[in-house]
Design a protein around this ligand. Structure first.
Ligand code: NCD
Length: 360
């Protein structure tokens, strides 16, 4: 299905050269923001946030304002017609006709794809449930480029809720497309990295290992990417409490890390990094959040200026086959075509919205 507008649903819809261009533009903007102050004069960005956000929403809004544009939107869907039962399809159709670019965050996997199907302007995925968060990844890539001077040949430890953390899913997909990166996943068995991400890494030729403690690997890392245990994605409070506080980065553990290791975190942190680490020069998470504005300025500019036609849903629908993931948007918004891509194995289909696999 062809869309007239260019969207960012998943970074892997684009070649690596495109992401590198956006990141480089982000760096240019950081070095001379005034040069870009009128690039979006007269343009409007809509932010539709169906889920809480501080950094992503405000950095997008700041980005558009710093480009000279204006913003509309909601951060509490209960104050909009969503509370009356309006579908993503209708909300998107209308709001996109008011705006030049639409940024959406939603608790359900595949929601940005659903929005792009009816939008009349570019749609940006600002986080779709536990699935993906491509603009956090652009932020992370800019941070690595500035602070580690490279996106290749890094040993990256990812720690915490690797099952539900969308930021680490997107970042793994991206860094596995670069050269020679090695991943070390630090999690409990319950919160290990999903199989489809592990398969993407294997197919890319990058390597990964899985361990259960931070202490055993911290001394080998170039980058430690800490994540929050995603309380809101657990089925029960008990399951969350059983995972809470498993991994806490503190000054003692930092003593075993290399002098040039950097600590990243998409934020918000809860208790997985103690405050005492904030003063360590290797703590990069506040700077990382600031870099998010520059890279989002670069992304807004790129999508508005390039605006090339974009292919959505390349796969097929199959009679009586629906996605088995209860958190997939196709199981919430029933008008959506249930489209699957063929995985190369005749009995295995992959949902085009949430990437969940299904045996038929
Ligand atoms: C993350 C998110 O929303 O996925 N935050 C962010 O966008 N910077 C991480 C999180 O909520 O844990």
């Amino acid at each position: 299905m062809q869309s007239e507008y260019q969207h960012l649903i998943d970074l892997n819809d684009y070649p690596v050269s495109w992401w590198k261009r956006v990141v480089e533009l982000g760096e240019e903007i950081r070095n001379d923001p005034d040069r870009f102050a009128h690039e979006c004069d007269g343009k409007v960005m809509a932010t539709l946030f169906y889920e809480p956000s501080t950094r992503t929403q405000m950095s997008f809004q700041t980005a558009m304002i710093r480009l000279g544009g204006k913003i509309i939107g909601f951060d509490n869907p209960m104050n909009s017609s969503v509370s009356k039962g309006e579908t993503i399809k209708d909300t998107t159709k209308i709001v996109s006709s008011y705006a030049d670019i639409l940024v959406m965050r939603h608790p359900t996997a595949g929601a940005a794809m659903a929005a792009a199907l009816t939008a009349e302007c570019p749609v940006v995925n600002a986080g779709d449930g536990g699935h993906l968060h491509p603009t956090q990844t652009l932020t992370d890539l800019l941070t690595l480029k500035i602070e580690k001077k490279s996106l290749d040949g890094l040993t990256i430890g990812m720690c915490g809720d690797l099952m539900n953390g969308r930021t680490v899913h997107s970042l793994c997909k991206a860094l596995s497309q670069m050269k020679g990166n090695r991943f070390i996943f630090i999690s409990t068995p319950e919160l290990r990295m999903p199989e489809y991400i592990r398969d993407i890494i294997k197919a890319s030729g990058s390597t990964f290992e899985e361990v259960h403690t931070l202490e055993e690997v911290i001394g080998r890392l170039d980058v430690l990417y800490m994540t929050r245990i995603q309380e809101e994605r657990f089925a029960s409070k008990e399951e969350y409490l059983a995972q809470k506080n498993t991994y806490v980065l503190d000054r003692r553990k930092m003593q075993f890390a290399r002098r040039d290791m950097i600590v990243m975190h998409p934020l918000p942190r809860v208790d997985e990094i103690t405050d005492e680490v904030d003063n360590d020069p290797r703590a990069m998470y506040f700077r990382q959040a600031k870099y998010g504005v520059y890279v989002r300025m670069a992304l807004i500019l790129t999508l508005i200026k390039e605006n090339r036609p974009f292919t959505l849903l390349r796969g097929k629908t199959y009679a009586n086959v629906s996605c088995g993931n209860p958190k997939c948007i196709t199981n919430h918004e029933h008008y959506l075509p249930k489209s699957f891509r063929y995985s190369g194995d005749e009995t295995l289909l992959e949902c085009e919205y949430c990437d969940e696999r299904k045996l038929i």
